[in-house]
Design a binder for this molecule. Sequence first.
Ligand SMILES: [Zn+2]
Length: 82
Amino acid sequence: MKDHKKVPVHDHGGYIVPLLWTFSFPHHEWWCPYCGNNYPMFSSNRKVEETPALKEQAKQYRKLTRNYLAAVGMIKGRARRE
Ligand SMILES: [Zn+2]
């Protein structure tokens, strides 16, 4: 059986949101686009099998939050620190 990719998610009482990988927040590479929580690279977040629906959801969230993440990155992300 082929192993499926697992992706970290944040569960909001049943509403599962895939975390987005970003360098906008120092030392916290995972970001929840729904509630704004940050998690470090090796976070202990729940991981679920990546489904096409989850992948699409992540894509949509990334599209919607691109400008926000770019702005945050300018202010406190690695772009400024390094
Ligand atoms: Zn969240």
